[in-house]
Design a protein around this ligand. Structure first.
Ligand SMILES: CCCCC/C=C/C(=O)SCCNC(=O)CCNC(=O)[C@H](O)C(C)(C)COP(=O)(O)OP(=O)(O)OC[C@H]1O[C@@H](n2cnc3c(N)ncnc32)[C@H](O)[C@@H]1OP(=O)(O)O
Ligand SMILES: Cc1cc2nc3c(=O)[nH]c(=O)nc-3n(C[C@H](O)[C@H](O)[C@H](O)COP(=O)(O)OP(=O)(O)OC[C@H]3O[C@@H](n4cnc5c(N)ncnc54)[C@H](O)[C@@H]3O)c2cc1C
Length: 627
């Protein structure tokens, strides 16, 4: 029945202060207040409804996304929301749109790679959305290999301009979000050519469309690249294709914080690492780690609540069947994902600190932690997105058949989320970067340069490397093993930071105890999953492995009474979850049944096509049967 909390009995089992845990999950009382207020504002406004997405055509879907983005912007302006509140509103609107790239990449690129003067010119226009930007780096022929990009930017000293050109088909920009139909400007990455000499890939601000009638400017060919994975999902986003035919831009539209070109045509490289040109990607990778905890926690919230509602088998003397959440197999699949959601939340907090720290150091031209920041953002982006994509799919399976319904929210969540394993850096390519960083660290062992920070532990392998330092097969030959080592390195960081989090003051009855249980589940589940490696390297004995297994089972029993409260702590509205299986009151079956009849196919009792195709078939069968 409506209004009845079918999960009340579960909530009454909780052994900790859920409201206190909500603050821990949000990060602070202030963050919780903003999150709670904005999520309820979005959920209560019919202008942000999203339950009809799967029934819209591509053009209807896209136009609906434009409407919502414009409505969101109007809400932000009318309510005078702060930047923090506005970001939260876009988060809870929960629809991939051009605004993600405008705010998430175009603006950060100008802030990170533009000079003060360029920031003063372009940021006010972007903040007021008087221009709409995208990040145009990837091309049809190159995405991972940035140094392989083919678009050219040739300096013309006669006119003090750059000529931006797409020399080949494969140099066509391909994938940039917001590019296809909306962006008026792009940060386009191109090979800088000055006086016939190449100076690597740099970023250039290029206007694509008229601010008067939105038509593409002279020399610009631009459009959408077509339907992507899944129905609704990422098809709300206009990922685009873009070709330049000798497009001229003023010299001052090359982002010049890292490298400069003078009006005399002199190329100058600042005394900062060339890799700062990649700074926007580092920034986005650290935000993607925080996003992973959000996406995984959504899926886990749905699967946990439904696992408590769903009963299957086990009825004794006509009594109720067993809740599937009580099966050890269900717990062994679900609770490590619950622990991962919390682990990724805290590693995301730490990575945000690391990024802020390296950014502050860069202001003082201190580049000492840049390699570690690159390795951590690359590796943790790879690890958390792979685990989250796999985790969302596991949550779908944990919900049985109903998990495959769009009304479960899980198919759409999966379809929107999975490209995170590819964009902002293919996960394997990024792990190879971590592997390169680890190998460089190993090669420096024994020198005066001692490993610190997240690689401090590597001093312990020094003796190993000295006796084996001669046995160095090619990096490529060992890359599979090195990628596994890179994953292990990142997992160590996640576990270490979870433990460090528990050493902080954490208020609320039973809150720290619950987090300790989740931390132990995360660590022991990893040990169990990779026990072959731990055993073969002599890190643990078979007895240790058996003890870890026993302890895991005990920990699952400790989480069980608190599972619903632990997902309630995410504080997601039913609107944001978008899932009948995950609804707060657990009143699943009546809602599933009611939702089915809203499907357009049920608008008529006899389906369209019956008379053309089914009736003749049936009649034909009747004739056959008479033979
Ligand atoms: C809200 C989400 C929306 C998402 C929408 C999606 C947007 C996008 O997808 S934008 C496009 C994203 N594209 C990528 O991520 C491309 C991935 N490829 C790269 O980042 C680079 O090509 C590379 C790092 C894989 C290779 O770069 P390359 O220039 O060839 O460098 P090397 O591998 O030769 O390494 C040289 C040296 O530089 C260090 N380094 C590399 N990248 C960085 C960095 N970002 N920051 C700092 N340092 C970096 C690298 O570690 C090497 O150092 P040493 O070993 O000390 O020489
Ligand atoms: C939804 C979505 C949104 C995107 N948005 C944007 C955007 O806004 N702006 C933008 O510029 N780009 C965007 N991209 C592009 C994205 O950044 C690239 O697709 C991504 O960087 C992967 O590059 P790639 O496609 O060249 O993959 P490839 O590198 O071609 O990967 C193919 C395979 O090759 C392997 N591989 C590649 N190099 C190596 C190597 N050296 N060693 C071992 N294996 C290797 C990879 O691991 C992978 O298995 C988007 C992509 C998607 C899917």
């Amino acid at each position: 029945m409506e209004g009845v909390d079918h999960l009340a009995h579960e909530r009454n089992k909780s052994e900790f202060d859920v409201d206190a845990m909500k603050i821990v999950w949000a990060g602070s009382p202030h963050a919780f207040d903003v999150s709670d207020r904005i999520s309820k504002l979005v959920a209560s406004d019919p202008g942000f409804r999203k339950d009809n997405r799967s029934t819209l055509s591509r053009k209807e879907l896209f136009k609906n996304t434009l409407r919502k983005a414009a409505y969101a912007w109007k809400t932000i302006v009318d309510l005078r929301l702060s930047e923090e509140e506005a970001a939260k509103l876009r988060f809870y609107v929960d629809e991939p749109a051009f605004t993600d790239l405008h705010w998430g990449m175009f603006i950060p690129a100008i802030k990170g790679q533009g000079t003060e003067e360029q920031q003063q010119k372009w940021l006010p226009l972007a903040y007021k959305m008087q221009i709409i930007g995208c990040y145009a780096q990837t091309e049809l022929g190159h995405g991972s290999n940035v140094q392989g990009l083919e678009t050219t930017a040739t300096f013309d000293p006669q006119t003090d301009e750059f000529i931006i050109h797409s020399p080949t088909l494969t140099s066509s920009k391909w994938w940039p979000g917001g590019l296809g139909k909306v962006a008026t400007h792009a940060i386009a990455y191109a090979r800088l050519i000055v006086g016939g000499r190449e100076h690597g890939v740099n970023g250039f601000i290029v206007q694509l469309r008229s601010l008067e009638d939105h038509s593409p400017l002279l020399g610009i060919t631009v459009g959408d690249i077509g339907m992507k994975f899944g129905n609704g999902a990422y098809n709300t986003m206009d990922n685009g294709v873009l070709r330049f035919d000798h497009v001229r831009i003023p010299r001052n539209q090359m982002l010049m914080r890292v490298s400069q070109v003078t009006c005399e045509g002199k190329y100058k490289q600042s005394d900062v690492p060339r890799q700062l040109v990649y700074g926007t990607m580092v920034y986005v990778r650290q935000t993607i780690v925080a996003d992973a905890s959000c996406a995984l926690s959504r899926a886990v919230c749905i699967a946990t609540r439904y696992s408590a509602v769903r009963r299957q088998f086990g009825s004794q003397n006509g009594g109720p069947e067993t809740q599937v959440i009580d099966y050890k197999t269900q717990q062994s699949r679900l609770f490590p994902l619950l622990a991962s959601a919390y682990a990724f939340r805290f590693i995301g907090e730490w990575l945000k600190w690391l990024y802020a720290d390296v950014t502050q150091r860069l202001q003082a031209n201190d580049f000492s932690t840049l390699p570690e920041a690159h390795a951590c953002t690359a590796g943790l982006k790879s690890l958390t997105t792979t685990a989250t994509a796999d985790g969302i799919e596991e949550c779908r399976k944990l919900c049985g058949g109903h998990g495959y319904l769009c009304s479960s929210g899980l198919p759409e969540l999966f379809a929107v989320y999975v490209p995170a394993c590819t964009y902002e850096g293919d996960n394997t390519v990024l792990l190879l970067q971590v592997a390169r960083f680890l190998m460089k660290t190993v090669s420096q062992l024994g020198s005066s340069k001692k490993p610190v920070g997240t690689i401090a532990y590597m001093t312990r392998v020094e003796h190993l490397m000295q006796c084996r330092c001669g046995v160095q097969r090619g990096f490529a030959e060992l890359s599979v093993d090195l990628v596994e080592a890179a994953v292990a390195h990142c997992q160590l960081i996640v576990v270490s930071k979870f433990i460090e989090k528990l050493q902080q003051e954490i208020p609320g009855k039973g809150v720290k105890q619950q987090l300790e249980v989740l931390c132990n589940i995360y660590a022991l589940f990893l040990l169990h999953k990779h026990q072959g490696d731990f055993l073969s390297t002599g890190c643990i004995t078979p007895k240790h492995a058996a003890l870890a297994n026993d302890e895991l089972r005990s920990l699952y029993s400790q989480v069980r009474p608190n599972a619903i409260a632990l997902v309630d702590a995410f504080n997601y509205t039913d609107h944001y979850l978008g899932s009948i299986l995950g609804c707060y009151d657990g009143n699943v079956y009546p809602k599933l049944y009611e939702a089915a009849w809203k499907d357009p196919l049920n608008e008529s009792v006899v389906p369209d096509g019956y008379h053309q195709y089914i009736r003749p078939l049936l009649k034909q069968e009747i004739r056959t049967a008479r033979l």
